[in-house]
Structures are given as structure tokens and as C-alpha cells.
Design a binder for this molecule. Structure first.
Ligand code: MCN
Ligand code: CUM
Length: 799
């Protein structure tokens, strides 16, 4: 079979807007990726964790003697051993603290209780199974509403009696924080005066990113040099290095964090997990490299949960459908430790984008976070940090309002959109939207799907007793975590760095503080530099993930890489171009003011034939400089964006429902996205396909569920379903381009838009199909069983 070498063919200068194949795929498709589990170090041993079978229990005794008898087992540690190193509890990114190994009691099923180190992975697993733990079960709280009750079991005894938490006063013993924004008084007064008022309760269920590669870590302390190298599946290597240094007191220059190739992150690889800490501690104590990598069940039960938002919304409007005010109360189930990666200023993440694409003059949102007997929640899953919940809330609410008004949901949206002339738009809840043309994006989507004809078809089908629905979601995203004035991680300000080095022969290496997990940075960063410097895209190598070499950066999440590092790339390249221009003038023997950058070359103004390429300038930068100029052609640029970026989209979903079985079939799904200037259309298309598929899974298939005793009911892929090609609809995508006015190349992030925007479209479509039966809302996941029940309750005949 002939090998596809198209990836290896010279591509030339391929700047913005070119759908070139991903440079990184050449190694991935040939099995040459270097993932955590591919790394094998001399003398490396393995670690396995002991997990609790109970969701809430006192630990009476831990007996490791049988485990230690197993051949190959070297050590077993518990919380007591960590306490000796001051590491039994660690700070979370959200300002809470978290047990590393259970300290006196367990707070959720599968919580980490002990770590076992052994010569082989098998021996470590056998050792973990042989550790005897005696528990005394305690009452369990799974329902967040019950956690707020005065007689609820107190979960966090370490906080008992603490009237103040990380983000203000605490209301009850399981209270974490309450955060609000906007004017409650004004919102309430306006709602009272409004002609129409709707109320709706909706739940965004707990979900999990379930990346193909689970989380893992190799701690490698070199006792001879005192240098700690940590290989870790992390989306934010530099932030991890700083936090590690602060927690362990090892000087930061003696810590090197390497985030190797990552098989999907989706937010799962943002937080710090107990396994990471135990692998590092094990290496420090034992003086050999220690590898830990999760099983699928460990990944699904203990790491990175998202959502679990229980929302009550009130929305006011005039009789003719102008929205007046929005009021939201949300109970957020954060599990046993508040491990969310929310920046401290916004404990509820960016939920305050919940006024969406609409011109609300008055709004108020309140979020109350509580502890329950579940693994740490409130973490990320392709969410832009609570924008998924916010977007779902407002897009679902607009449909409830349309239903109440008996108005077409497209018409209602068109009536309330923020207009292009209103940008930069100050939202009632404090954001300044950078740009957008919502009406245009929706109109493109309506046209593409043939909205008017579909509505006709729906009416005809309804008359025949058939069920068909059309759901719209016209969401606004908020991405790019920066600027540093608003965002930090444990005090580390949020900006991002890019380093560009142009070699004498016209190739280059580019490094960034971001860390892709499948998003294609090795290609898109090269395209930005190719565009700005006129270098061949395949002569630009992109490196991320090694803190020894990459410039400081806060990592990849919140679709921030393009807004932050993408900006740094462009501005860094432009800075290089300024120096290059001086060298070009020298080579062309003219004054600098006579030289211009045109057609990706330096040209003498008015003399098109007289020019030099960046390749020629690069060579001269090391061989033939203007007198007195420092040699070289490289820079490191730190970019602190002035604002976030606000991508948007209009998604329309068409479903057909089987009356007999309740099965929902997504017949069509049109997604028109606007992420400003597009760097690589093929990569953006891939991002959109992936995100729409994950949104589909949340809408119809997935939920991390628990029984009353806190038993985890979704601990493997037969219970927590992943969509395959068989159930995934065919996506129809398109784009409008409204550049961000403040971003150096006008680009906005896109990585999370489809998961943020799509769930409401699916649910709106299903509810629309059933609306004439009196159905106003159905919570996700919309399973066949749920729809079947709704149909039978509504008295619909199966045939
Ligand atoms: N891009 C582009 N033009 C734009 C915007 C983006 O060509 N106008 C390109 C970017 O240059 C980048 C990709 O699209 O190659 C995604 O860019 P961006 O929106 O900046 O998002 P990030 O790179 O910061 O990626 C993070 C985002 C998040 S937060 C989650 S969660 C998620 C997502 O990306 N996780 C993913 N997409 C994922 N895709 C894969 N394959 N794997 C994951 O873990
Ligand atoms: Cu919100 S999941 Mo992504 O930001 O890594």
C-alpha cells in the first residue's frame, strides 16, 4: 500500500485561512506519538491507588501488611505519611483544599485511600487489592438540595463552624460559597412589571469528558542533582510547575514539567489529582521514577466532573416578545472538594454570560455551590467554565418564552438580538462583548436549513399525528481567559507567551506556553507565523509542553489558546519583522522608510522588482548585518489581551421522534459558527464536528449518575455511553466571519463553541416536537425511555 505522503510535500507559505493538513498527524497516524504511557525511564516503578467502596465513611484502620508481602511491592503510603511531608491536603485552584489520600474519612465512592508502589504495574495493582481498610459507614448526601438542609450530614468536618469560606460567608455546613452578579432588586422590579413572565426549572446533569487517554503522571526525582522532572497529562504545564514549587518548596528552576502528547483533554486534564501528587511524592521518597496511569474506571469515577447545575430561571418580556429582565438562581453540586479551576474573581466561572445574545437591560444571577458525597465537581468539560450551562439556560428559556408567547422561536430571537451597532456591547452582568452579527449568522442558518419549508412540513406531519421538531440555539460564547487584570490562577496572572526563533537558512522553531491535546496548534501556530513572516509553513516547527524550553504560559483551556498565544505569535512575528525590515533595507541598499512588506516579501516602494525574501533576511541576520546591529532573528513575546473574545453561532436541529419507542433521530443539524478570522478552516471544522458530537452525547446519552448511597452508576463505557459513528448525525457546517476588533489577527476561540451551543438546540428540537402535547421541558439526557414516558402520559397511541 502506498503511503500518503501529502503531509510531507512542501507546502510553501500557507498563512491564515488555508485548510492545510495537520502537521502533527504525520506522527500520530504512524503510531509515533509520545504519550505518557509510552515513556519508560530506567529503574521506573509503578503506582496503583486504593479506592473507597463507600461514599461517606470513617476510616477505622488501614492495614498494608498483606500488600507488603506481595513480591515486587516496595511501599504503601496513606494520608499519615503525606502529613509528615505537609502534603496530606493540597490547595485547589478554586481556593478550597482537598485531601490527597483520605484523611480520617472518605467523602465519595472511589476516593483515593492509599498508594501502593511496586516494581511492576501488576504487582502494584495486586498490592492495592490487598490493602485492608476498615470503614464505618456514615450517612450520605447525594442530592444537592438535601445538602443544604439544616439536618444534613456535615461532609467537610474540617470546615465545621467556619462561617467564612474562600469566597465569602457560608450559609450552612455544606455551603461552599454563594456568588451573585447584577441587581436583584432591579431585575425583580422589572419582572413584576413585565407583561409576560416565565419560570422554568432545569438541570444540567453531571457529565464527564472521558478522553481517550486517561490521566497519568511520572514523577522523576533525581537524588543526585535534586532536580524533579514530572511528566504529566496536563493542559497547563507552567501553572503546574509554579504550584508544585509553592507546595513542595523545591525551587522552580529545579522542577521541569513535561506534558507529552495528550490523547484528549477536554478539561479533564486541568485540575491537580491525588494520583499526580502520590506519584511525585513516591519518586521523591524512593529516589526512582514512579509511573501512575489511570484505569478507565478511575478516570470516570474520580477525575474532572462538570456541570451538575440545578437552575431556576425567571424571564420577563412584553406581549410582543421584547425581553425585559432575567433572574437566575442556581444550586451547583461541587462534590466533596471545590476543585473547579475557576479564576478567583469568578467562583461561578463565566456563568454570568447567561444573558446570551440578547439585549437584556436588567439581569441578576446567583449561584450557590454546595458539597455532596461525590468526587470533586465543578470542573471543566469543554465548557468555557460554566458557559455551557449559561448558554443552555438562556437558549432553553428563550424557547419556553416563545412557546408561552406562541411566537416562532427564530422570530423571537431576531427581535431580541444585540445589534451590530451596539458593539462593544456592555452586558447587564458586566461583560463587554467585542463583536458579532447575530442576525446575519441566524439568517444564514435559517436559509441553509430551509426553515420556512420545515415549519410547513412540521404542521403537515402534526396533522397526521407524526412527531417532528425544530430546535434553535443562537449562543454567545466568552473565551480566552486573560486579560491578567481579571484572571489569575492562585495569583498567577493570565497572559501567554510565544517564542519564535528564525534560523539562518529560513526555517524556524516556535514555542508557546499553551499545550494542545488534539486541537492542532502545531499547524495553526505555524500558519500564523508563516502569514506574518512569509516563511514556509512546513519549515516551522511548533513545540509546546516542556517548561524548560517553552515561554511561560497559562495553558490550554477555556478556548484561550488562539485568543492569547495566537495573539502572542502574531505580535512576536511582527516584532521580528520590524528588525527584519532594517536588515532588508541594508540588503537592498535603501533607507528603511523606502522598504515595505508586500506580498510576504520586503519590497522597495515603487520598485516591485527589487525585493528580498524573509529567507534571505534570515541568512543576513547571522552573516551580513547593518553596522552595530545585534545578530539573530528571534523574540519572546508575552501577550496580555485587552479583553476576552466572544464567538457566537446559530445552530438548528431537526428531529423526528418515533411515537412507539420514543427514539429520537436527529435528521439534520446545521451549525453556523462565527469565530472571527479563521486560521485553518479544516481544523475549525474538526473542532466543530467533535464538539457537536460531545453535545449530542450529553443531550441524548450521558449522565454521571449515583444512587442514594452514593454508588457511582456510570463507572465504565457500558454505563456511560460514548457516541460512535453509528449514532452521530451528519453535521452541516458553515461560518460567518466577524473579526474580533482587539485580537491581533481578529481571531476568536472556537474549541468549545459547539459543546456550549449545541445541547440547547437538541433539547429545543425534542421539546418542539412534543410541544403540542403540553410538553414544555425535558431534562437531559433525553433518553428513549424518558420520551416514551412523556408520550404515554400524553396519551399518544404507539401506532
Ligand atoms: N482555530 C482557528 N481559527 C480560529 C479559532 C481557532 O484555526 N478562529 C484553531 C486554533 O488555532 C486551534 C483550534 O482551532 O488549533 C482550537 O483553538 P481554540 O479555540 O483557541 O482552543 P484551544 O486551542 O485553546 O483549545 C481548547 C479547547 C478546549 S478548552 C477544550 S475543552 C477542547 C477543545 O479545545 N478540548 C479538545 N477542543 C478539543 N479538541 C481535541 N481534539 N481534543 C481536546 O481535548
Ligand atoms: Cu471548560 S474544558 Mo476546556 O476549558 O479545557
Amino acid at each position: 500500500m502506498a503511503m500518503d505522503t501529502s503531509n510531507l510535500e512542501p507546502k510553501g507559505i500557507q498563512g491564515l485561512g488555508k485548510a492545510i493538513k495537520r502537521k502533527e498527524d504525520a506522527r500520530f497516524i504512524q503510531g509515533r506519538g509520545n504519550y505518557l504511557d509510552d515513556i519508560k525511564l530506567p529503574g521506573m516503578i509503578y503506582m496503583a491507588l486504593v479506592h473507597s467502596p463507600y461514599a461517606h465513611a470513617k476510616i477505622l484502620n488501614i492495614d498494608a501488611s498483606e500488600a507488603l508481602k506481595i513480591p515486587g511491592v516496595k511501599a504503601v503510603i496513606t494520608s499519615k505519611d503525606l502529613a509528615a511531608a505537609g502534603l496530606s491536603w493540597i490547595p485547589t485552584l478554586a481556593g478550597d483544599k482537598q485531601m490527597v489520600l483520605a484523611d480520617g474519612k472518605v467523602l465519595y465512592q472511589y476516593q483515593e485511600v492509599a498508594a501502593v508502589y511496586a516494581e511492576t504495574r501488576q504487582a502494584a495493582a495486586d498490592g492495592a487489592a490487598a490493602v485492608q481498610v476498615e470503614y464505618e459507614p456514615l450517612p450520605v448526601v447525594v442530592d444537592p438540595y438535601k445538602a443544604t438542609a439544616p439536618d444534613a450530614p456535615v461532609l467537610r468536618e474540617d470546615l465545621k463552624g467556619h462561617m467564612t469560606g474562600a469566597h465569602g460567608p457560608r450559609r450552612h455546613d455544606n455551603h461552599i460559597w454563594t456568588w451573585d452578579v447584577g441587581s436583584k432588586d432591579e431585575a425583580e422590579k422589572t419582572l413584576e412589571k413585565s407583561e409576560i413572565r416565565i419560570k422554568q426549572h432545569m438541570v444540567y446533569p453531571r457529565s464527564h469528558p472521558a478522553p481517550l487517554e486517561p490521566c497519568g503522571c511520572i514523577g522523576d526525582m533525581n537524588p543526585a542533582t535534586g532536580r524533579l522532572t514530572v511528566y504529566m497529562t496536563t493542559q497547563a504545564p507552567h501553572a503546574i510547575r509554579t504550584v508544585l514549587s509553592l507546595v513542595t518548596k523545591i525551587p522552580e528552576n529545579n522542577i521541569r514539567v513535561i506534558s507529552p502528547d495528550i490523547g484528549g483533554g477536554f478539561g479533564n486534564k486541568v485540575p491537580v489529582y491525588p494520583g499526580y501528587v502520590c506519584a511525585i511524592v513516591g519518586s521523591i521518597v524512593l529516589g526512582v521514577p514512579v509511573k501512575w496511569i489511570e484505569t478507565r474506571t478511575e478516570n470516570l469515577t474520580t477525575t474532572g466532573f462538570a456541570r451538575d447545575f440545578h437552575m431556576d430561571v425567571e424571564l420577563g418580556a412584553t406581549k410582543d416578545g421584547k425581553v425585559t429582565a432575567l433572574k437566575v438562581y442556581t444550586l451547583a453540586d461541587h462534590g466533596a472538594f471545590d476543585a473547579a479551576a475557576d479564576p478567583s474573581k469568578y467562583p461561578a466561572g463565566l456563568f454570568s454570560i447567561c444573558t446570551g445574545s440578547y439585549d437584556f437591560q436588567k439581569a441578576y444571577a446567583e449561584v450557590e455551590a454546595v458539597y455532596t458525597n461525590k468526587a470533586p465537581g465543578g470542573v471543566a468539560y469543554r465548557c468555557s467554565f460554566r458557559v455551557t450551562e449559561a448558554s443552555y439556560l438562556i437558549e432553553r428559556s428563550m424557547d419556553v418564552l416563545a412557546h408561552e408567547l406562541k411566537m416562532d422561536p427564530a422570530e423571537l430571537r431576531l427581535k431580541n438580538f444585540i445589534q451590530p451597532s451596539q458593539f462593544p456591547y456592555p452586558s447587564a452582568l458586566g461583560w463587554t462583548y467585542d463583536s458579532g452579527d447575530y442576525e446575519k449568522t441566524l439568517k444564514v442558518a435559517l436559509e441553509r436549513i430551509g426553515y420556512a419549508e420545515l415549519r410547513k412540513e412540521q404542521a403537515e406531519k402534526r396533522a397526521k399525528g407524526e412527531l417532528m421538531g425544530i430546535g434553535i440555539s443562537t449562543f454567545t460564547e466568552i473565551v480566552g481567559a486573560g486579560p491578567s487584570k481579571d484572571f489569575d490562577i492562585l495569583g498567577i496572572k493570565m497572559f501567554d507567551g510565544a517564542e519564535i526563533r528564525v534560523h539562518p537558512s529560513g526555517s524556524a522553531i516556535v514555542r508557546a506556553g499553551t499545550r494542545h491535546q488534539g486541537q492542532g496548534h502545531e499547524t495553526t501556530w505555524a500558519q500564523i507565523v508563516s502569514e506574518e513572516l512569509g516563511l514556509d509553513v512546513d519549515k516551522i516547527i511548533v513545540e509546546e509542553g516542556d517548561t524548560d524550553t517553552a515561554p511561560y504560559g497559562l495553558g490550554t483551556y477555556a478556548s484561550r489558546s488562539t485568543p492569547t498565544a495566537g495573539g502572542a505569535m502574531a505580535l512576536g512575528a511582527r516584532r521580528i519583522r520590524e528588525k527584519a525590515k532594517k536588515i532588508a533595507a541594508h540588503l537592498l541598499e535603501v533607507g528603511e522608510s523606502d522598504v515595505e512588506w508586500a506580498d510576504k516579501k520586503f519590497v522597495v516602494k515603487g520598485v516591485p522588482g527589487k525585493s528580498v525574501t524573509m529567507n534571505e533576511v534570515a541568512f543576513a541576520a547571522y552573516t551580513n548585518l547593518p553596522p552595530g546591529m545585534e545578530p539573530g532573528l528571534e523574540t519572546t513575546y508575552y501577550y496580555d489581551p485587552p479583553n476576552l473574545t466572544f464567538p457566537n453561532g446559530a445552530y438548528i436541529c431537526v428531529v423526528d421522534i418515533d411515537k412507539g419507542t420514543g427514539a429520537v433521530k436527529v435528521r439534520r443539524f446545521v451549525a453556523i459558527d462565527d469565530c472571527g478570522t479563521i486560521i485553518n478552516p479544516m481544523i475549525v471544522e474538526g473542532q466543530v464536528h467533535g464538539g457537536l458530537t460531545e453535545g449530542f452525547a450529553m443531550a441524548f446519552m450521558q449522565e454521571i449518575a449515583f444512587d442514594e448511597q452514593g454508588n457511582h452508576l456510570s463507572s465504565n463505557f457500558t454505563d456511560y455511553l460514548l457516541p460512535t459513528a453509528l449514532e452521530t448525525p451528519k453535521w452541516e457546517t458553515g461560518y460567518t466571519v466577524t473579526p474580533s476588533p482587539h485580537h491581533p489577527i481578529g481571531a476568536k476561540g472556537v474549541g468549545e463553541s459547539p459543546t456550549v451551543g449545541s445541547p440547547a438546540a437538541y433539547v429545543n428540537a425534542v421539546v418542539d416536537a412534543l410541544a403540542h402535547l403540553g410538553v414544555r421541558h425535558i431534562d437531559m439526557p433525553i433518553t428513549r425511555e424518558k420520551v416514551w414516558k412523556v408520550l404515554r402520559q400524553a396519551g399518544v397511541d404507539s401506532f
